[in-house]
Design a protein around this ligand. Sequence first.
Ligand SMILES: Nc1ncnc2c1ncn2[C@@H]1O[C@H](COP(=O)(O)OP(=O)(O)O)[C@@H](O)[C@H]1O
Ligand SMILES: [Mg+2]
Length: 409
Amino acid sequence: MSFAAKFEAVDILFPGSADRGARGRMTMALAELDAGKTRNDIIGSTGIVVGAADVNLEVEQGEIFVLMGLSGSGKTTVLRALNGLNTISRGRITIRHGDELVDMSNPPPATLRRLRNQAVSMVFQQFALLPWRTVRRNVELGLELRKMKPAEMRASVDQWLDRVGLLQWADKHASELSGGMQQRVGLARALVTNPDILLMDEPFSALDPLIRNKLQDELLQLQRTVQKTIIFVTHDLDEALKIGNRIAIMKDGRVIQVGKPEDIVLRPATDYVAEFVAHMNPLTAIRAASLMRPIGALRAPDGAHHFNDNQDYALHLDNSGQLIALHRDGAAAPFHQPQPGVRCPQGSTGIVTGQHLLKDIVEIRQQTTRPVLVADNGRIVGCIGTTEILDALTQAGRADYRDNTAATN
Ligand SMILES: Nc1ncnc2c1ncn2[C@@H]1O[C@H](COP(=O)(O)OP(=O)(O)O)[C@@H](O)[C@H]1O
Ligand SMILES: [Mg+2]
């Protein structure tokens, strides 16, 4: 897998006023950064704001990479360096555009224009639509700088409006739409240019929680077909864990941890990250693989795997680990692979993948009234009973819970 964007030791400093001493202050600020001075020290002695310091990241093609951190931690600063809106003070950013590697350190204006036009597009928190234009004309904005035939332009605009579910709204004015719908227009406008990288700066933060949730789901659904490289900024760890293939946690302009959602949850690199994790919503953050009881722990001398959730369950597996039969209290019991949107039959046993979220498992447990099994490529790898669910709900974020799950996975 090759990278879509790469940051190497990137510092972004804001000089404040552009007076004659700015250059000297900049040199001084960089020296102070190297000497390990804090952002506060540096603004005190030089007046320079450190927006980002020593950022090293590699964003892979096709992944959703999340920048997460509190307000002021430098997320937007890093994002805006990718479309040249922020100047890099030191270090290097490289963006892949087709077969070309573009150095963002000091791009000529023509390169920058081409990049913004074709390679990188942005979705903003405040939607940034033109309220007097229709929905269709707002999406066309993304293509206006290209010399396209009107019919061709209309076809691609309408295709994207259809994909975000707004084709019937094409002739309405942007100002007539709800916030959630406006952001779908923002998304269509960004995607119609077919960018290599989609930048999303807190795109759902201005929306109500229910709408936000829905748009997150829609984005994930859309991503399954478009497979874009997306860099997504949020201050909300729950959102980061739900959306991100990988997450970079930022604090005071620095990246303090990069990892998959489960790395962040189970192995926070610092107390600061652990504090965030302690406040996450375990329902949407913890996945089956990290809360299940592994199958190895259940093997009994008779060759079957037994587990107890008030009743005695016996799992009979073939040599490759596929489930042959399930017995409850000695009698054969049905099992079932849950489908999205379909209720599981009561009394059956649901079989999920390691990627299923705790909230799905709670729902399946509720519908079936039975423990839930976890499979990996058809092989049964673990089970989840009430004990595991309660442990995950009550002890998520606690160091001893993390140590346990880290050891058993
Ligand atoms: N154009 C700018 N000029 C001066 N300071 C800036 C500018 N942009 C951002 N900053 C400062 O850089 C720091 C990081 O800001 P930002 O990247 O916007 O944080 P976030 O997006 O994580 O909330 C903040 O202290 C902010 O005030
Ligand atoms: Mg920001």
